[in-house]
Ligand binder design. Structure first.
Ligand code: FES
Ligand code: FES
Length: 229
């Protein structure tokens, strides 16, 4: 008879096999040993990070002539012209709308050209002349003809866009008188004989008015450009 199925053989075989219970006990013990260092690590307080004191960026001098007055501003190199005017020179007539070149509320005149002051750094204009809405009136008391026309034509409601509209329109009239064409000028070799509504709308298209005062803005600009005001 073969010894394979004898009781003696079964007993020794079973002794060599780990029982299900012993296996589970071993696994639990191993898991406990493995988890112990992790639990210990989690109980350790986080290593203190050394306190770091932020170092402010160095200021750089910017010399500007704003509305005929000399300013020497100490600004961070990353300061926009808009922020330099409002926060450093404290000329808050220039407005911040979108701060990304989309609305025109921040329009000022830099060395004779209208620009979005939110899209340019103050340091890029060192030594230049800047005109803001505060400088459009020939003296402190008398409004410019264009400013008067805006009032007479009711060319604003909330007024937030108006400083940018006024600076832009002031430049527009100077550009037109200097012979500049626009995208809707029929023959760009010649200045249009008149500033049509289309010409004004195109040339003012960088200035958004959320109050929708556009017809009255066009009327105000036209009255000055055509010499009727
Ligand atoms: S704030 Fe400069 S374009 Fe809107
Ligand atoms: S008047 Fe209000 S946004 Fe132009």
């Amino acid at each position: 008879m073969s010894p394979v199925n004898t009781p003696e053989h079964d007993a020794s075989d079973e002794a060599q096999k780990p029982s299900c219970r012993r296996f589970l006990q071993s696994a639990a013990a191993a898991a406990a040993v493995t988890a112990a260092p992790l639990a210990h690590a989690q109980q350790q307080p986080a290593a203190a990070t050394p306190a770091s004191t932020p170092v402010p960026p160095a200021a750089v001098p910017v010399r500007l002539t704003i509305n005929g007055h000399s300013y020497e501003l100490q600004v961070e190199a990353r300061t926009t012209l808009l922020d330099a005017l409002r926060e450093y020179a404290e000329l808050t007539g220039t407005k911040k709308g979108c701060d990304r070149g989309q609305c025109g509320a921040c329009t000022v005149i830099a060395s004779g050209r209208r620009i979005n002051s939110c899209l340019t750094l103050a340091v890029m204009h060192d030594g230049e002349s800047i005109t803001t809405v505060e400088g459009l009136a020939p003296d402190g008391d008398t409004l410019s003809p264009l400013q008067r026309a805006f009032i007479e034509k009711d060319a604003f409601q909330c007024g937030y866009c108006t400083p940018g509209q006024l600076c832009s329109a002031t430049s527009l009239i100077a550009e037109y008188r200097a012979g500049d064409a626009s995208a809707v000028t029929a023959d760009v070799r010649f200045r249009p004989a008149q500033l049509s509504d289309d010409e004004i709308r195109e040339r003012m298209s960088g200035n958004i008015c959320r109050c929708d005062a556009y017809p009255n803005i066009v009327a105000a600009v036209k009255s000055i450009a055509s010499g009727n005001a």
